[in-house]
Design a protein around this ligand. Structure first.
Ligand SMILES: [Zn+2]
Length: 601
């Protein structure tokens, strides 16, 4: 990737604007500040510099440029963040290879065809002919209004083998591409025909809002043996295990409410959105996958499921819930009163307030199964105990917090005729995963957003770098005191060394990532100065203190190493090694003492 492409993207985007698309930011002097989304806090420690286009959090030490923020926030790889921001900035990325270029071109063609088909079907629905009137009436009867029908671009595929084909031909779309897009199919004799005929069509969008496929429903009054829904086949742009119906439309609301409601059907989703429950998405008949959850994970870690209460729905709920727990989500179940409605769609139409309450009162996944144990089995019966051991206790394996686990065990012991000891024994003997063979449960650590691994030393390193880059006086101080190079990771060490001996402006020699780090370090120091009411003397004191503390931490580590080495040498009766290490220990102790004196003065 050419550096100037990265720079061009950065130049065209405003960091403050990008960040404020995710979190609320407030002006603060020449800078902006926000409550940091990467650590738990109530005050606003995240500072954004519009001049430097750099952010830094004084609470947890995270920081960087626009790419760093989007990667961290959306849980993206660099390449994904790059693509997203390039698109936003209107910058075309150079292709990695001719083949990748060709694939991208095909994908674009397929998206164009799908978008065209969606508009074509939608127009058919509204053209007031016999069958389309029936389709429209059906949608109205299901409670959808015209605005909803338009915004979801619901359509009608005519009862014809070539209506869409002809329309595509008029647009000079090749049959190869129409087949690839999945809107057209081919029979044994090699003839092509419209895949969806005499059906109500629902376009399916990807995360970015492109139409990539369709779900097509039978018309009311169709023959009994007709499939209720047929969907697009897997294509280069549509993979059902990677796409959730309604996610594009629900994205903003999910992020804002920090919660997603997952239902089964697309009608449930559309009704929910129409009634302003805009954070709803549907699995539309496919099992929830890791990819689905990863997409959701970019927006929230809070999931509420509402699946049908038939056997298939219950199985789907159990699997989806366990997978989500394994991936670190907080999972709840929405229970609806079956006496009032059979599914969310019906409940939302009949009694939206009741749906609202059901969503609000959703219960924790584990509690849900405890309720089942209570309702379905006699108190204290063997069957109830078996159910607890087989269905409820395995869920406690996902509860990593011992306090929370203790809470569940206590409450189970209180509710059912089992002692805490019995429950703990059962918990030890259980495994959390009951997934089908071949279905892997992701490693918890991999799936969770990367924890903030910034240590105190990492923050001090940035401060040292920033100080050297900003103040010649401080540069001199560090040079005289001596940089404890051995404790600094290589990339940082190189930067600090370069800054120490050089004029701090050979920026052209730096890569954008290094440049971002240098800018962040400088921004950190400048914001600190602002926080100290522009008192440079006080700042210099802080910076020096920080430097000593950093050095002290390093010396303490070396002292520990020396102690270990002495013990080892003693056990081996290696007298010369004992002597050598003891001498080192004495030297380090002296350095430590000197530093502690400096810190006290
Ligand atoms: Zn933070």
């Amino acid at each position: 990737m050419a550096d100037n492409t990265l720079q061009e993207i950065k130049d065209r985007l405003d960091l403050v604007e990008v960040i404020s698309g995710y979190i609320a930011v407030k002006k603060s002097g020449t800078n902006f500040k926000a409550t940091c989304p990467f650590h738990n806090e109530k005050s606003a420690s995240l500072m954004i510099s519009p001049q430097k286009q750099i952010w830094h959090c004084f609470g947890c030490g995270e920081g960087g440029d626009v790419f760093g923020f989007v990667m961290r926030y959306e849980n993206l790889e660099f390449r994904e963040a790059l693509q997203q921001l390039a698109q936003r900035a209107g910058v075309t990325l150079p292709e990695r290879s001719p083949q990748a270029g060709q694939e991208k071109k095909v994908s674009e063609d397929l998206v164009r065809i799908s978008n065209f088909a969606s508009k074509f079907y939608h127009k058919q629905l509204l053209n007031n002919s016999g069958p389309s009137t029936t389709a429209l009436k059906y949608l109205h009867d299901r409670g959808l209004n015209d605005k909803t029908i338009e915004s979801w671009e619901i359509g009608y595929a005519p009862d014809s083998f070539d209506a869409l084909i002809k329309a595509l031909q008029a647009k000079e779309v090749t049959s190869v591409n129409a087949l690839l897009a999945g809107v057209v199919a081919k029979n044994d004799r090699g003839n092509i025909f419209d895949r969806f005929r005499d059906r109500i069509t629902f376009p399916i969008h990807n995360f970015y809002g492109d139409v990539v496929g369709f779900s097509a429903r039978v018309m009311p009054g169709a023959k009994e043996d007709t499939a209720k829904y047929i969907n697009s086949p897997e294509t280069p742009i549509y993979s059902k295990s990677k796409i959730l119906f309604g996610l594009f439309q629900a994205k903003a609301a999910i992020r804002k409410m920090d919660e997603v409601v997952v239902v089964e059907g697309q009608m449930d989703t559309i009704s929910a959105h129409q009634a302003s429950f805009s954070n709803t998405v549907a699995t539309s008949g496919t099992a929830m996958t890791e990819d689905h959850l990863r997409l959701i994970g970019r927006l929230t870690k809070n999931i509420k499921f509402c699946f049908d209460s038939d056997a298939a729905g219950l199985t789907a709920l159990r699997k989806a819930g366990e997978l989500a727990l394994a991936m670190g989500f907080r999972v709840k179940v929405i229970v609806i009163d079956l006496a009032v409605a059979k599914d969310p769609d019906e409940l939302i139409l009949k009694a939206p307030m009741q749906w609202k309450r059901a969503v609000h009162d959703a219960i924790w996944f584990t509690d849900y199964y405890m309720d089942v144990a209570e309702k379905q089995y006699h108190f204290g019966s063997l069957e109830q105990k078996q159910y607890l051991v087989e269905e409820v206790i395995p869920l406690l394996k996902y509860v990593t917090n011992p306090l929370e686990q203790g809470h569940y065990i206590r409450s189970m012991s209180e509710r059912f005729a089992v002692t805490e000891n019995e429950l703990r024994t059962a918990l030890k003997g259980t495994s959390a995963t009951k997934f089908a063979p071949g279905q892997t449960v992701p490693d918890r650590r991999e799936s969770l957003p990367k924890p903030v691994m910034v240590t105190q030393e990492n923050i001090q390193e940035k401060e040292i770098l920033g100080g050297i880059l900003t103040y010649p006086e401080y540069r001199q101080f560090v040079a005289e005191e001596g940089l404890p190079s051995e404790y600094i990771p290589p990339q940082m060490r190189d930067m600090i060394n370069a800054a120490l001996i050089n004029d701090p402006t050979p920026q052209s020699a730096r890569t954008p990532a290094v440049q971002a780090l240098a800018n962040e370090a400088q921004f950190m120091v400048e914001s600190s100065l602002e926080n100290l009411a522009n008192n440079e003397l006080a700042l210099m004191r802080e910076l020096k203190k920080s430097f000593y503390l950093f050095k002290l931490a390093g010396i303490k580590k070396l002292l520990q190493d020396a102690t270990t080495a002495i013990k080892k040498a003693e056990s081996l009766h290696d007298n010369s090694a004992v002597k050598q290490q003891s001498q080192l220990f004495a030297e380090l102790s002296a350095q430590r003492y000197a530093l502690e004196q400096k810190l006290q003065s």
